[in-house]
Design a protein around this ligand. Structure first.
Ligand SMILES: [Zn+2]
Length: 458
């Protein structure tokens, strides 16, 4: 059956490639005549504005910057949540959290939402199309325990020495690559808290004369969220330096992966995607970590797509979202999208053609019971952004993103009509999405401890 599927996929790919006229650009080193491989590198907790190619002042990401400079970089890319699981589930399914249902129950800590079997994932589609699919993740929240291994031939949670472990597993996949195309998903845990880069990075950007107590530990970060710890300017600078050190570390890991893809002669037939699940706060709105708010520092994340069949590098200003990634990648691979898919292909933007008509609305949802309990939703469209906090208190915020990108001035009281219009739009968007029946799985004491160490359980 597999041979039939494979040849079918190849025929579809060839037909689509001919139709798109992309084969003419296939002559690069290592280019094959089959469907390209796909590597997605997801780096947990990277806010876009801490990367060099997004204008950050520190050299946190020289190799990511160089990669972006020869690729298609989406400069206005948005997550669907400020939490890992709903964001990754959106990337895997092309669905918003409302429809994939991976939002945690807020009433109990001994259960966790899972990605249901009924959903069609990118890996399932690629496996059915003749791909060998491998996923290696360093975040327990997206381990096979919670439904994220669907479609993968091999999927593992890499707990200790996460980045080198991921590199080793990636290396094995690259070394074994032959004719059959592969999909490799790598989920790095740096710079997720706690912030503790390897020793060789720890002198970067810190003040050598700093005598404060800030150490980047999870306990301290939780205290900032609950208001039990305040940071002076010097403490905040130190904390951001610890975070940036981890980005610099993962930049080196990413470089090693790219180098190995090239050394093995796979770069001419491998699409590489660099993306983050969500961002992180450094007192932008008085707090820390992620998952508790839906401000820009939480939702605005990097996305870079490198398709070796395309010679043109591009910086794309049009808005894109996690839900758009699945239809985009399937489009690039010449494969049909699943019946239920809420994103739109970004390939027209790569070609400098207009995207699908209509305004792109950025919808995000979050729920978390940890240092605080929150449930909230946001919608950005037409220059405005509305945030509806359901828990811990029912409040509404309104920002004019074009004039106030840092979301400093809440205009909800001053612009009641706009606020009502945006809330109505939010309700309309949510009502248009089929609601998934949430499914949870019971957690063991050990698993609760593990999540607590990541700051996700009180
Ligand atoms: Zn995450």
């Amino acid at each position: 059956m597999r041979i039939v599927r494979e040849s079918g996929a190849r025929c579809r790919w060839l037909a689509a490639a001919l139709a798109l006229g992309v084969l003419a650009g296939c002559a690069g080193h290592g280019a094959g005549d089959g469907p390209p491989n796909l590597v997605i590198v997801l780096v947990d907790t990277v806010r876009a504005d801490h990367l060099g190619y997004h204008g950050y002042g520190r050299e946190t990401s020289p190799r990511i910057d160089a990669f972006a400079a020869r690729s298609q970089a989406f400069l206005q890319h948005y997550s669907t949540s400020s939490r890992t699981e709903p964001a990754v589930a959106s990337i895997f399914t092309g669905l918003f959290p409302r429809s994939h249902g991976v939002l945690n129950p807020l009433t109990r800590i001994d259960a966790k939402g899972i990605l249901r079997d009924e959903h069609t994932t990118l890996a399932e589609i690629l496996t059915a199309s003749g791909y060998d699919c491998y996923g290696y993740v360093a975040n327990f929240n997206v381990s096979d325990r919670f439904g994220f291994a669907q479609g993968f031939a091999d999927y593992a949670f890499c707990e200790s020495a996460a980045a080198p472990d991921l590199r080793q597993r990636a290396s094995a996949v690259l070394a074994a690559a032959r004719e059959r195309p592969f999909f490799l998903y790598l989920h790095y845990m740096e710079p997720h808290s706690h912030y503790a880069a390897p020793a060789k990075y720890r002198s970067l950007w810190v003040d050598p004369d700093y005598r404060g107590a800030t150490d980047g530990s999870q306990g301290q970060l939780n205290e900032i969220v609950t208001g039990r710890r305040t940071l002076a300017a010097a403490d905040l600078a130190q904390l951001e330096a610890y975070y940036d050190q981890e980005i610099r570390y993962v930049d080196d890991e990413f470089a090693m992966l790219l180098d190995e893809i090239e050394a093995r002669g796979l770069h001419g037939r491998t699409i590489v995607v660099f993306v983050a699940d969500h961002g992180e706060e450094f007192l932008d709105h008085g707090s820390a970590l992620h998952g508790y708010t839906l401000y820009e520092e939480q939702l605005h994340v990097p996305l870079v797509i490198h398709d070796p069949r395309r010679r043109d590098a591009r910086r794309i200003e049009a808005t894109s979202r996690h839900v758009d990634l699945l239809p985009t990648l399937l489009d690039l691979l010449g494969l049909p999208r699943p019946a239920l898919c809420q994103g739109q292909s970004l390939v027209p933007l790569l070609d400098e053609r207009p995207a699908a008509p209509g305004e792109v609305a950025v919808l995000a949802e979050g729920s978390l019971r940890a240092a605080k309990t929150v449930r909230l939703q946001s919608l950005a469209a037409g220059g405005w952004k509305v945030i509806r906090n359901v828990l811990p208190a029912a409040t509404v915020e309104l920002y004019h993103l074009a004039e106030d990108p840092a979301e400093r001035n809440d205009l909800a009281a001053r612009e009641p009509q706009v606020t009502q219009r945006m809330l109505a739009r939010l309700d309309e968007v949510l009502a248009g999405l089929p609601a998934a029946e949430g499914k949870t799985t019971a957690l063991s004491d050990d698993e609760i401890r593990r999540l607590r160490s990541l700051g996700y359980v009180r």
